[in-house]
Design a protein around this ligand. Structure first.
Ligand code: MN
Length: 258
């Protein structure tokens, strides 16, 4: 049997499941807060064009407006100054092949429960690899932190007196994944792929700086990573084909053993 026939058969039989890793996208979707001197993320607005009325008696549709980096979304290399001159670095020019890859899920939920500012380190990645095997080139590395249970926007963004607190990546971990493991990118459950306090790191926002400088991607605000095995799932994460787009909201799907 061809692999695609087998895929369809196993999806139909229930041996494989489709896991939706996406947050609902709407006016209630929490967005990142930036210091006042920077442009703000506008959040989602939806305005009815027609709804079975004079403007469209038999059809319903909306106008939607939001920043590219809203809700569950994709970060393209052109999003960051380090990736701005790379070839094929925007939503419309990245080869579609690079949106699909095996998932490596690193579970640090217990660490994050103790420390909201937990950072993934190279040592932690190597410990994961001892148990599950080396992260293959072209993998999506997904950081499972338990942050998806924070459905209250205030707890999700978790902004304190000295800024937001949420887990992320040590710069050396981003370097290991981008340069030595040659991953597609990283995915997180938090509002962005850098830790809440990362504006004060060296370099600032190290994961964005390093990943996008190496032509790698980011996925933010994922859910349901607890439904994936550490290895063995395949993630499909294709942004809208926005011309010169720096990112886009998207539906992230994983195919996984049931
Ligand atoms: Mn983003």
């Amino acid at each position: 049997m061809s692999v695609l026939k087998q895929l369809v058969a196993e999806l139909n039989s229930g041996a494989l499941k489709v896991v939706d890793l996406t947050q609902p996208l709407g006016p209630d979707t929490p967005v990142i807060g930036l210091p006042e001197m920077f442009g703000a993320s506008p959040g989602v607005t939806m305005k009815v064009i027609s709804r079975f009325d004079d403007k469209g008696p038999a059809w319903y549709w909306n106008t939607i407006s939001m920043g590219e980096h809203t809700g569950t979304h994709f970060d393209a290399p052109v999003h960051w100054i380090t990736g701005k001159d790379l070839p094929d670095n925007a939503c419309d020019t990245i080869p579609a092949k690079r949106f699909v890859g095996p998932a490596c899920v690193i579970d640090v939920t217990a660490d994050v429960a103790k420390d909201e500012d937990f950072l993934l380190t190279p040592a932690r990645i190597e410990a994961w690899e001892k148990e599950h095997g080396k992260i293959p080139a072209g993998a999506w590395v997904l950081l499972r932190t338990g942050w998806n249970t924070r459905t209250d926007p205030a707890k999700f963004l978790n902004v304190g007196e000295n800024g937001p607190h949420s887990p992320g990546f040590h710069a050396d971990a981003s370097r290991l994944l981008a340069n030595d493991r040659n991953v597609l990118g990283v995915g997180v459950e938090t509002v962005g792929t850098d830790a809440g306090q990362a504006g004060g790191f060296d370099p600032p926002f190290p994961n964005h700086t390093i990943m996008h400088g190496a032509g790698k991607f980011g996925l933010a605000s994922l859910r349901n990573l607890d439904q994936l095995p550490a290895t063995g799932a395949v993630v499909i994460a294709a942004p809208l084909k926005l011309v010169n787009g720096s990112g886009s909201p998207l539906r992230v799907l994983a195919l996984a053993p049931a």
